[in-house]
Write a protein that binds this ligand. Structure first.
Ligand SMILES: Nc1ncnc2c1ncn2[C@@H]1O[C@H](COP(=O)(O)OP(=O)(O)OP(=O)(O)O)[C@@H](O)[C@H]1O
Ligand SMILES: [Mg+2]
Length: 410
């Protein structure tokens, strides 16, 4: 088998940065090593959605080139993430009669397909249909139904849909950069692959990926995803607050936030001062670091308060004893874990991709959770590094549905 066939590439098209991650699958050890990383600023997205194709293509090309250079390979096919306020996650249910009294693999395909047959508007497309539990003749909680006798097979699924046009624009950017799409993956599900443990998912856990444009939520209970939601606030909002609050240009505001920002003002001593350039850039003013934190804190509070509301709305609030894992670039700020614990009233830890080998120094950073997760998803891995038995037919169905999007417009 040629080297290229063992390469899996994750392309995270984020609101702030675009990042390409090259993973190499070692078939002997069944482990993934990251052998290339390329990152470039993103100028074509708003709130997680592509709004400028040309700018996005350019950034994708730059990020991919860097990753190719580092890995010494040519990138042709990528697993890409999708996010934004247009994404909707709903619960679904499927039911069929078993023909031969014993559940076979094709019955699983059929029952998932029957759940798939929910009415979705013409402008939306299914991104994932994820089976959670199977029920045989009323007996619930069956994880692996193959080989069990029964007459009626049911399944509970989580269905993720997105706007067809948003997915098409994403695909257009990747084609424009000269590559193909292997699969489109909900970004917070990708991040989950990189930062959550199997135990956490089994016990019940909330993942919060707080990026530049959006804050994405995924709730896992009993080993499967139960709820996905997006809050359309992120680091970009903090940058605007800092620019306004400290009367400084937006680009400077982001730099100042990343260098000196704190999510919890009480952690900063009042006599620490920083220099802030004025709008127009001619002179600098001295501002206390505490004042900067006092601009940032209320926005971080709002982000986590809205997230808390979504967790409450999900109905899983009482079913997540493993607490919350926060990831994404906006959680790097000092004090974020403490602040989010206070607002969410749950234990919180920071999620950093650690389950892969290779360039671990670079990727051990919450901004790479989605990119690394896309590689792990593409490799068909679970959190404990075991090869997932991917249901080929379901996978094919997803690819088929994607082909529909491609064909309609390209
Ligand atoms: N050291 C840091 N301190 C504070 N904030 C940071 C730091 N590093 C990055 N950020 C912020 O993290 C955000 C980017 O995070 P991330 O890379 O996860 O977002 P993205 O994936 O591009 O966006 P999205 O997922 O919302 O589309 C930006 O707002 C950036 O300013
Ligand atoms: Mg992101």
């Amino acid at each position: 088998m040629g080297k290229e066939q063992n390469l899996i590439i994750g392309l995270d098209i984020g609101t702030t940065k675009i990042c390409a991650i090259v993973g190499e699958l070692n078939p002997q050890t069944e482990e993934v090593e990251v052998i290339g990383v390329g990152t470039y600023p993103s100028f074509g997205l708003k709130r997680g959605v592509v709004v400028n194709i040309e700018n996005t293509i350019q950034s994708v090309k730059n990020a991919v080139e860097e990753a190719e250079h580092m890995a010494g390979c040519e990138i042709r096919t990528v697993f890409v993430g999708i996010a934004g306020g247009h994404i909707k996650g709903v619960s679904g249910h499927g039911m069929i009669t078993i023909r031969e009294r014993e559940v076979a693999r094709r019955d699983l395909d059929r029952v998932i397909e029957s759940a798939n047959a929910v009415l979705i508007p013409a402008d939306r497309e299914i991104i994932h249909v994820i089976p959670q539990d199977y029920i045989i003749d009323g007996q619930a909680g069956i994880k692996d139904p193959i080989g069990i006798y029964g007459i009626k097979l049911e399944t509970k699924v989580h269905i993720v849909t997105g706007q067809v046009t948003a997915a098409q624009n994403l695909v257009k950017c990747i084609h424009g950069a000269g590559m193909d799409v292997a699969d489109i993956v909900l970004e917070q599900l990708a991040s989950s692959e990189a930062v959550l443990t199997e135990d956490e998912k089994e016990i019940g856990v909330v993942l919060i990926d707080c990026g530049g444009g959006t804050t994405d939520i995924a709730i896992f209970v009993g080993g499967s995803v139960r709820y996905t939601e997006t809050v359309t606030l992120g680091g970009d909002n903090i940058d605007r607050d800092v620019a306004l609050g400290l009367s400084t240009p937006l680009g400077e505001a982001r730099k100042i936030k990343e260098k000196y920002g704190t999510a919890l003002a009480e952690l900063v001593s009042p006599d620490e001062e920083i220099e802030v350039p004025s709008v127009g850039g001619k002179h600098f003013r001295k501002v206390s670091r505490k004042d900067l934190a006092m601009v940032i804190e209320p926005r971080m509070e709002e982000i986590f308060a809205l997230t808390k509301r979504e967790i409450h709305k999900s109905g899983f609030e009482e079913l997540v004893p493993a607490g919350v894992v926060i990831t994404g670039g906006s959680v790097i700020m000092n004090g974020t874990v403490e602040l989010s614990e206070r607002i969410l009233e749950m234990p919180v830890r920071m999620g950093i991709p650690t389950e892969v080998g290779g360039l671990t120094d670079i990727i051990a950073n919450p901004v790479y959770s989605t990119g690394v997760g896309l590689v792990l998803y593409g490799a068909g891995y679970t959190g404990d590094k075991k090869l997932r038995i991917r249901d080929e037919n379901v996978f094919k169905k997803i690819v088929d549905s994607m082909r529909n999007w491609f064909q309609e417009f390209f």
